[in-house]
Design a protein around this ligand. Structure first.
Ligand code: PLP
Length: 358
């Protein structure tokens, strides 16, 4: 099997071997040390400040999106949400459930966010901005500088879901004045699904500590308090935290953040070069290194996904809803190589010859 989806992605052998071991007891100074190191490296790669904090939630990315909406905002806030696909819609749904007033900037599929789109929201008293910096469902990377400048100018608290972008696209919390950044274990961290990570600025920590939340599991105050001693309030996905630890250390050893960003970006460009002559169109105005969204011309995108899976043992990512027959996505995250790109493109060429991709 060769997995080009956008998560869960392929893990290295070292990471997989950790998953095979017995799960250790975790209320120990040894496990706390590992958690401190996880926090330190996450902060380093996120470009966070010295006093920023990191919370590891046992739950998929959406759990952290929900925890952030609940803990950081209240009914006194008015937030702006960029909604260009299913992950943007998820922030909309979360704000509705938790009674946070919001307005949404709706973008058509594949469209970038432009200065014009933000103009009407200048000086309107928004207190928060929620964005999935790479809207993974459509493969659109929004302009972080544009968003960051808008938020700085208007004094808006910026929350970035970087679940598929962290380690794939350049993000620096300090220079972009990002107050909260979210990621997950099964994207570029290339570990099994089950842990999501919230990096919090000091301002965010302060907001959390002064808000009342009607939830036990998602009350981040207790996570922050326990985190001071390298612990979590409840039993975490211990093995995944150990796998994240190994992966973060490997990235550091291999040369750090930029080496990893360059590796993923090189894989993405290589793939995009190789498909130039195929009857496939890249359908995003602004690409993330994490994923390439492709639209088919005269065949069903979902059929291509099924054929690759069943006949070639290669997984790409199908799209849902209206885009089901039009778009599929190829991810560039996880344990993948140029050789793997050649295998996928070889299979696509084969389908072309057989007039199944047309
Ligand atoms: C993967 C992803 C999520 C989280 O999805 P889960 O299935 O809950 O892990 C959220 N936002 C974006 C942008 C993603 O790519």
């Amino acid at each position: 099997m060769l997995n080009f989806t956008v998560g869960p992605v392929q893990s290295s052998e070292t990471i997989r071997k950790i998953g095979y071991k017995q799960v250790p007891y975790f209320r120990t100074p040894e496990f706390s040390e590992i958690m401190f190191e996880n926090e330190r490296l996450m902060k380093k790669f996120a470009g966070a400040n010295k006093n920023d904090r990191v919370i590891f939630i046992t739950g998929s990315g959406t759990a952290s999106m929900e925890a952030v909406v609940m803990n950081v905002f209240t009914s006194y806030d008015k937030v702006l949400i960029v909604n260009g696909g299913s992950f943007g819609q998820r922030f909309v749904d979360l704000c509705k459930i938790h009674n946070i007033s919001f307005d949404e900037i709706k973008l058509n599929t594949g469209k970038a966010l432009k200065a014009d789109d933000l103009e009407q929201y200048e000086g309107k008293g928004y207190t928060g901005f929620l964005v999935n910096i790479d809207e993974t469902s459509t493969g659109v990377l929004y302009d972080l500088d544009l968003i960051s400048d808008f938020c700085k100018r208007n004094g808006i608290f910026l929350v970035v879901d970087a679940i598929s972008s962290f380690l794939a696209d350049e993000i620096n919390m300090t220079s972009s004045n990002i107050k909260v950044m979210i990621t997950g274990s099964q994207k570029a961290l290339a570990c099994p699904p089950g842990i999501s990570v919230i990096v919090l600025s000091e301002d965010a920590v302060e907001k959390i500590n002064s808000n009342q939340v009607r939830s036990l599991y998602f009350d981040l105050k207790s996570a922050l308090k326990n985190g001071e001693r390298g612990q979590t309030p409840f039993t975490p996905a211990v093995s995944i935290l150990l796998q994240i630890h190994e992966r973060l250390k490997q990235i550091e050893l291999a040369g750090g953040l930029y080496t990893e960003l360059n590796r993923i970006s090189a894989l993405a460009s290589d793939f995009r070069d190789r498909i130039k002559d195929l009857p496939l169109d890249i359908c995003s105005e602004s690409l993330s290194n994490a994923v390439t969204p492709l639209s088919t011309r005269n065949c069903s995108a979902y059929d291509i996904f099924t054929i690759l899976k069943d006949e070639y043992q290669i997984w790409v990512c199908p799209n849902g809803g209206e885009l089901k027959d039009k778009v599929f996505r190829v991810g560039h995250l996880g344990e993948l190589s140029i050789e793997d790109n050649k295998i996928l493109v070889g299979a696509l060429c084969d389908l072309c010859k057989k007039k199944r991709l047309k």
